[in-house]
Design a protein around this ligand. Structure first.
Ligand code: ZN
Length: 320
């Protein structure tokens, strides 16, 4: 860096003493802005978090994926204040500790509709600043060791996020990506791992835009096209993808009709596959959650694909 600047300065015809001054200046400027600037993130002490109920596990590796969630509850509030963001952080922590029985908040970070960022699980901010380790959370069932999660306040199945939430999400994801050297392609939605609606179809459909925005802040080249993910199918859905799922379930011994309608027997079959394989999705957000039993998503598809078929080809076919 300094060498490069020196050469550039010499090319510009500056005297040796001017280069010396410039060199000093360049070093301090470079130290102040490595990668992406840290956004304002309020630590657990700022929002008066409870102490954890046990030890926080810090793993000696970086996370692989940055995962976007929606909290579902308390819905799409219009209180955009910092006080509300702190209240929401406490509410999520209480739910995760008292109802879920976890040691602390499940997610590493929380983002409010007013655009305020808070630390979720204790030590997440300190460890993120270090850029080499990972605070083990509880937000992406069976994948917590590779995923660092951001809970975005609200329900985004039909409605879009606020501009303030979007801006802070872009900044937060870019900062995490910069700290850990994570490429934009590794920005995911919760549903890319578990059979859940999270982060809501509207926010999920904006992930390509998020990857592009983060890529711009990282200064990376134009991001590659997004790879197809397994589709999320829900009870009540109809169409050729449901029919494909039913054919696969039939081949696995489930007595479901092949009619392209995601009815009760298809739901029961999917729920049985999930239960038999110990699939959990972990919680998103605060209080009661919608019932997602029988949702067919990223973790169920690989279990019903027959030994004779190619999962990648099927994934591409289902996406198209
Ligand atoms: Zn989620």
């Amino acid at each position: 860096m300094a060498d490069f600047d020196r050469r550039t300065a010499l090319k510009g015809g500056l005297t040796a003493s001017a280069v010396g001054l410039l060199g000093t200046h360049t070093v301090s400027a470079a130290a102040a802005a490595p990668g992406v600037q840290e956004p304002q993130i309020y630590g657990t002490a700022a929002w008066n978090a409870r102490p954890p109920n046990g030890s926080i596990v810090v793993e000696n590796h970086k996370p692989t994926y940055i995962v976007v969630h929606h909290t579902v509850d308390p819905g799409n509030v219009t209180d955009y204040t910092l006080e509300h963001a702190f209240w929401a952080s406490r509410s999520i922590q209480n739910f995760h500790m008292d109802t879920r029985g976890w040691v602390d908040s499940g997610q590493q970070f929380t983002n409010s509709r007013g655009g305020y960022l808070t630390e979720g699980r204790h030590r997440s901010l300190e460890i993120l600043r270090g850029g080499t380790q990972h605070v083990l959370g509880a937000n992406v069932g069976n994948n917590n060791s590779t995923c660092i999660g951001i809970e975005n306040e609200g329900l985004y199945s039909k409605e879009d996020v606020t501009p303030a939430l979007w801006d802070s999400l872009v900044k937060m994801v870019a900062y995490i990506a910069s700290q850990y050297g994570i490429a934009p392609a590794f920005i995911k939605g919760h549903r890319d791992f578990n059979s859940t609606e999270c982060p809501g179809t509207v926010l999920y459909n904006r992930l390509p835009e998020l990857r592009t925005a983060v890529g711009r802040l990282l200064g990376s080249a134009s991001p590659k096209a997004d790879l197809p993910e397994w589709p999320l199918l829900k009870p009540g859905d109809t169409g050729p993808r449901v029919r494909t799922a039913q054919e696969l379930l039939r081949a696995r011994g489930f007595a479901v009709p092949i009619d392209g309608v995601f009815g009760q027997s298809t739901k029961d079959a999917v729920a049985a596959v999930a239960a038999k394989n110990g699939l959990v999705r972990d919680a998103c957000g605060a209080t009661a959650e919608t019932d997602e039993t029988g949702f067919l998503g990223s973790d169920v598809w690989p279990l019903i694909v027959g030994p004779g078929s190619d999962p990648r080809a099927l994934k591409a076919q289902l996406a198209g």
